[in-house]
Design a protein around this ligand. Sequence first.
Ligand code: PLP
Length: 404
Amino acid sequence: MKAVSKYGVSENGYYGSFGGAYIPEILYNNIEELKSKYLGISQSEKFNNEFSELLKNYVGRPTPLFFAKNLSEQYKTNIYLKREDLNHTGAHKINNAIGQILLAKELGKKRIIAETGAGQHGVATATVCALMGMECIVYMGETDVQRQAPNVARMKMLGAKVVSVHSGSKTLKDASNEAIRDWINNPENTYYLIGSVVGPHPYPDMVARFQSVISNEIKGQLKTILGKENPDYVIACVGGGSNAAGAFYHFLESEDVKLIGVEAAGKGIDSGHTAATLSVGSAGIIHGSKTILMQTADGQITEPYSISAGLDYPGIGPVHAYLNEVRRANYISITDTEALEAALNLTKKEGIIPALESAHALAALGKLQFKKEEIVILNLSGRGDKDLETYTNYLNELKYAKQN
Ligand SMILES: *Cc1c(COP(=O)(O)O)cnc(C)c1O
């Protein structure tokens, strides 16, 4: 968990002009405590032994780096899939949840709160709380509770209390507001477990460090396979940006490695139904940090849209706002239909059903020009079991369209 300097967070929590901690006064002590302790704790030998052991024997790491021969032939280059889909609970989110639950334990906190949109982060949080015997409360917008019934059932089975939030648009940003309200009311015994590289400093940096295990493993695996640590490309989808931040982390200062983040265009960036924050957003404050977000002219946060619930976020982690601004990473966007097609393609070509989020990264392969000898790493952030209904409906639509 070596710190990056040039593209890493500054001492006071900024990436360029993005980041910071814009929080209510009453949470100042909580954030200060985290800020002053997270590096010391997460770099201690005790923490690292426990973290590594759980990543290995509970999560199933290291995840394989798979040479996708058929996909490579299709795109006339060398494509390796980093198989985060094979993690326990089916995605990369567990890496961060394990890191933060160990931190919460070291801080002496007994009660864990989280918010979730699609429910994936809620499930990861409920999972680690069950593992550690901690109380778990997950805030979720009422609309999402209805849309994501299987994940709600999982969280409950894992022992979490799921609180349905009825205010505002009844989605993720309303759930975030409730979680923060809870934290304000219970600052002493409660730890707020955030699921992506978002929120007030030090969360974005902390989450990036926990997810950096992804790029750390890629380096070692490439060294073994090819005798060199650096690929030509790293491609990852971006909701809040944690799997991308983890996959980019140890390559940030190797400027010859091209970093590509893929946002969800939804029905198209000009359609009004999109989650492509960097294409349509502007600077503002969301979830306690300054970043790029989707908002109206008078600063109201706009409701995002993507077919993939995990990319359906109106902001983006401050680190990505910065990497985009300084052009260290390039960000493109992919529509719902392009992602669906890319998911079907991977399934047929390699026998892997990807998460719809990861399918956005796969669709980016068709938008880039690769050389035959180049090495392309694609971070397959999660598996597609949760998206089976969406895939089935799409396949039925295709069949229907063919018949008519
Ligand atoms: C949540 C999720 C994402 C998006 O979150 P990031 O913080 O941007 O990584 C991507 N893929 C999967 C499978 C997810 O569950």
